[in-house]
Design a protein around this ligand. Structure first.
Ligand SMILES: [Zn+2]
Length: 125
């Protein structure tokens, strides 16, 4: 099943909602299209919570165009927990280049990152 999110408040909504039940935003198809782009831009947001929420939603939406920006964020971040969440999201997206990056992370210098990559590779088999 596809998950939908309000493009304004980012709460989870139903696919046939015309209006967000939380914030009342008018949800048109056009807004939904732009939403993934907004989420990718949010990866550079100064607030950590916003970044984390964007990372999580991109995984739920399986946004392929987010793979490169996610890898870039992973490489620039010094937060191991965010790195771990990015690996989870890459796994949810599941494209070959996302999986290749997870395999590469098996050799990470950060132990929790290595551990997460290991878990993912095991689940996959
Ligand atoms: Zn909303």
């Amino acid at each position: 099943m596809i998950t939908f999110f309000c493009p304004r408040c980012w709460k989870e909504i139903k696919g046939d909602d015309k209006r967000c039940p939380y914030c009342g935003a008018d949800i048109t198809v056009h807004e939904r299209k732009g939403f993934e782009e907004k989420l990718i831009n949010a990866l550079r947001h100064p607030e950590r919570e916003t970044v984390q929420r964007a990372v999580w939603i991109l995984g739920r939406l399986k946004t392929h165009t987010a793979i490169k920006p996610l890898i870039k964020l992973f490489e620039q971040s010094d937060n191991p927990y965010l790195k771990r969440e990015i690996l989870d999201t890459l796994f949810e997206i599941g494209a070959p280049d996302a999986m290749a990056f997870i395999v590469k992370s098996l050799k990470s210098e950060i132990s929790i990152v290595r551990k997460k990559a290991n878990e993912i590779v095991k689940t996959r088999r």
